[in-house]
Design a protein around this ligand. Structure first.
Ligand code: PLP
Length: 459
C-alpha cells in the first residue's frame, strides 16, 4: 500500500510522511468510515465539512442512482435541467423571501468563490463603475485552490508557492478576538477591527473596490468567530462605499452552525453568497452562487450587449449532483439537523471546556454548532503557543487516529466538525478519545511539564 499511495498526492499532505502511515478509506456508515485494513474511525471532520448526513445514507444514494438512470449530463452551454431548477426553487425557498433571485450552480467550493468574485467585478463594469475591481479579504482566510480564490486566501504558506498571484487583492486583519495584534479595551474589539477595515477602504479608495469576501466564521484562520457587531459593521461599510459583500458559506451553511445559514445566525445577509460542501451531504460535487436581484439584473440584456456571465464549468448544475442536493437538503430540513448541530455542538464544547481542568494544553474552545475549534497553548494565561516544531496539534491528531477518530489539526489548532447526525453517545465517544489523545500527545513531549494552567480560560 505504501508504494501505491506514492502514485497520488493527497490534499495539502507531504506524501513522504503520508506514505509512512497511509490512510485509504473504503466505506462508511453513519458517522464512521472504514479503511482498507478494516480499521474504523469516527469521521470527526465530515470528510471535509461535507458529510453532514453521515455515510451510507440510502436516500441520497438512491436519489443519485435514479438520476443517473434518467439523465446523467445535461448540456451546460445550451440547456439547464429540471433537477437544477428544482434545486434552485428549494434554495430560494430556504433563503429570506425576495432578498435573492438568481442562483448559478457549480461543482465545487472554489468554483463558487472564484465565480462570485468574477460576478462582482463584472457587475460593477456593467453598472457604470468600471474602476471597481479590487477584492478585500482577510489574512488567514481560505477561499479555495483556484487562481483568484488563492489570491483572496490569506495564509502565506498556501500563497507563496504560487506567486505572483492575480493583482487587485487586498488583505484585512483577521478579526480574531482571542489573538489581537495590540491591546484593545474590552467591548471595543469589533469597533477596532472595523476601523482598520474602514481605513483600508479609505486608503485604497472606495471607487476601486468591487467586493469584500469573508467566511462568517473563519475556519482556516482557526475557527475565528468575529467579535459581535463585526459582520453587521462590514455590511454597513460595504453599503456606504458601494462594495459588494460576499459571504463564503461553503462550510458554514446547511445547519453546520446550528442554523441553516450563518447569515441567519449573525443577522447579516450578503449581496452574494457562496454555498457548497454540506449542500449535497458530500455525496456529489455541488456548489452555488446566490445573488440579489440588483446584481442579477446587470447580467440581463439583449444578446448583442454581451452582458451575460461569460463563464461556466462542465459539471456545474450537473443533474445527478442537483438530485442529490435536493435529497440532502430535504433530509437536513426534515430531520431538523440544524437543531441537532446546535445541541450536539453545545455538548461537545461543554465537554471540551470541562476537559480544560485536566488538560492545560487546551487554551481556548470556540465554535458554533458543530464547527468547533480547540486552540492549543503552552501557557493558557499568556496564550503562548507551543513551539511550531513540536507540531502539537499534529501529535494529537495522530494519537486520535490511533484511537479511531479523524480530525483536522495544525500545529496549534484542532478542528472538529462531525456529521450533523451525531448523537449524545457519539459526542461522548469523541470526547473520551480526545481526552486520551491529549494525554498521549503531551506524554511524548519532553518538556510537557512546563505547561501552565490557570483559571479564567478565556474560552
Ligand atoms: N471556501 C471555504 C471556506 C473552504 O473551506 C473551502 C474548502 O475547504 C473552499 C472555499 C473551497 O472549496 P472546494 O475545496 O470545494 O473547492
Amino acid at each position: 500500500m505504501q508504494d501505491r499511495v506514492t502514485r497520488t498526492m493527497v490534499d495539502f499532505a507531504q506524501m513522504k510522511a503520508f506514505a509512512e502511515d497511509p490512510l485509504v478509506l473504503t466505506s462508511g456508515d453513519g458517522i464512521r468510515v472504514t479503511d482498507i485494513e478494516g480499521r474504523t474511525f469516527i469521521d470527526g471532520l465530515s470528510g471535509t465539512f461535507c458529510a453532514a448526513l453521515g455515510h451510507g445514507n440510502a436516500r441520497l444514494a438512491d436519489a443519485g442512482a435514479a438520476q443517473l438512470h434518467r439523465l446523467a449530463m445535461a448540456a451546460p452551454t445550451m440547456a439547464t435541467n429540471d433537477r437544477a431548477l428544482e434545486l434552485i426553487d428549494v434554495l430560494l425557498g430556504l433563503l429570506p423571501g425576495n432578498r435573492y433571485s438568481v442562483i448559478k450552480l457549480f461543482s465545487g467550493g472554489s468554483e463558487a468563490t472564484e465565480n462570485a468574485m468574477k460576478i462582482a467585478r463584472q457587475y460593477h463594469k456593467q453598472t457604470g463603475h468600471a474602476t471597481k475591481y479590487k477584492i478585500l479579504s482577510h489574512y488567514r482566510a481560505y477561499h479555495g485552490g483556484t487562481g483568484n480564490a488563492v489570491a483572496a486566501g490569506g495564509w502565506p504558506a498556501w500563497r507563496a508557492p504560487y506567486e505572483p498571484l492575480a493583482g487587485g487583492f487586498i488583505h484585512l486583519h483577521t478579526p480574531d478576538p482571542y489573538r489581537m495584534p495590540f491591546d484593545v479595551a474590552p467591548g471595543s474589539v469589533a469597533q477596532t477591527y472595523l476601523r482598520l477595515v474602514e481605513e483600508t477602504i479609505e486608503m485604497e479608495g472606495p471607487s476601486t473596490i468591487a467586493a469584500l469576501i469573508t467566511e462568517p466564521v473563519l475556519m482556516s484562520a482557526g475557527v475565528v468567530i468575529p467579535p459581535e457587531g463585526y459582520l453587521p459593521g462590514l455590511r454597513e461599510l460595504c453599503d456606504r462605499h458601494g462594495i459588494l459583500l460576499i459571504f463564503d458559506e461553503i462550510i458554514t451553511a446547511f445547519g453546520r452552525l446550528g442554523r441553516m445559514f450563518a447569515s441567519e445566525l449573525f443577522e447579516t445577509w450578503p449581496d452574494i453568497m457562496c454555498l457548497g460542501k454540506g449542500m449535497s451531504g458530500g455525496y456529489a460535487p455541488l456548489s452555488a452562487v446566490v445573488m440579489t436581484p440588483e446584481i442579477a439584473d446587470a447580467f440581463w440584456g439583449d444578446p448583442r450587449d454581451l452582458v451575460q456571465f461569460h463563464s461556466g464549468h462542465t459539471y456545474g448544475a450537473n443533474p445527478v449532483a442537483c438530485a442529490i442536493g435536493i435529497a440532502a437538503i430535504a433530509e437536513i430540513v426534515e430531520r431538523r439537523l440544524d437543531e441537532n448541530a446546535a445541541r450536539q455542538g453545545d455538548r461537545l464544547m461543554a465537554g471540551l471546556r470541562r476537559a480544560q481542568d485536566r488538560h492545560p494544553a487546551i487554551g481556548n474552545v470556540r465554535g458554533r454548532g458543530l464547527l468547533v475549534g480547540v486552540e492549543l497553548t503552552r501557557d493558557r494565561r499568556t496564550r503562548e503557543r507551543f513551539p511550531a516544531e513540536l507540531e502539537m496539534g499534529v501529535r494529537v491528531r495522530s494519537e486520535a487516529r490511533r484511537r479511531g477518530l479523524l480530525l483536522r489539526a495544525g500545529h496549534w489548532m484542532l478542528v472538529l466538525a462531525p456529521p450533523l447526525t451525531i448523537t449524545d453517545a457519539e459526542v461522548d465517544e469523541v470526547l473520551a478519545i480526545l481526552d486520551e489523545s491529549l494525554d498521549a500527545a503531551l506524554a511524548g513531549v519532553e518538556d510537557g511539564a512546563v505547561l501552565v494552567a490557570s483559571p479564567g480560560t478565556g474560552a
